[in-house]
Design a protein around this ligand. Structure first.
Ligand code: FE2
Length: 223
């Protein structure tokens, strides 16, 4: 079964956002993040002449598992959407956290072995598609408060979570993901997001350099 983005938004908010004020509650910040991921995914998909309403629905529902459990939201979201017949959208609950559907390319260090065993068969059997990549990218620059730059977000992850064995490769591939989508679109990502201030856009170049030097320290070089 398929959902359009209006239905997807309703499903996202079901049992969580009961009145408009609920969206402002700190515990529901993740819902605002999902709304921003949906909005961003729609813009990028439109630019790529893809199904932009599908991309928007995927963005809205990628973190729906947070309704039930935060640390395991990936699995809970997948099981939830699958159980009610939305298999096509369920995949994004799993794939959004792993760049190019690679289980090692996740923020904050590779997963414990038990979680890897659970997720690996699924990720290996679902070849990464352009919609997976769009949601993976949007998840990196959409906050609950709006849009930021990938570069700023990666530095923020670095400062908050520190360096893990997979951090250099995760950063490198996150930057490549952005560059690949820009090549496909034929424009800069941030040109679709006038909400990001010029100052922030300008500092993304300096932030990129900082990321490069962090990666160089780890002997991995980005372009
Ligand atoms: Fe997310």
């Amino acid at each position: 079964m398929m959902l359009n983005s209006i239905e997807a938004e309703k499903l996202l908010k079901k049992d969580v956002i009961l009145s408009p004020g609920d969206l402002e509650k700190p515990e529901n910040r993740w819902v605002k993040h999902c709304l921003n991921v949906g909005e961003a995914a729609e813009r990028i998909a439109k630019k790529l002449n893809l199904d932009s309403d599908f991309a928007k629905s995927a963005g809205y529902l990628h973190d729906v598992g947070r309704k039930f459990n935060h640390p395991q939201h990936v699995i809970y979201g997948y099981n939830y959407l699958s159980s009610i017949g939305y298999e096509e959208l369920a995949r994004f609950c799993l794939t959004h956290s792993f760049i190019d559907n690679d289980i090692n390319l996740v923020a904050g260090g590779i997963l414990p072995e038990e979680a890897q065993m659970q997720l690996l068969p699924y990720l290996e059997s679902h070849k990464c598609n352009i919609y997976d990549n769009i949601i993976q990218l949007c998840d990196l620059f959409c906050l609950e408060t709006g849009f930021t730059t990938i570069e700023k977000r990666l530095l923020d992850i670095y400062n908050r979570k520190g360096v893990f064995s997979n951090t250099p490769e995760h950063f490198k591939r996150a930057i490549s993901l952005k560059q690949n989508i820009e090549t496909l679109m034929g424009c800069e990502l941030y040109s679709l997001f006038p909400e990001i201030s010029d100052k922030e856009k300008a500092s993304s170049k300096a932030d990129h350099k900082k990321i490069e030097s962090l990666l160089e320290e780890q002997n991995i070089k980005t372009k």
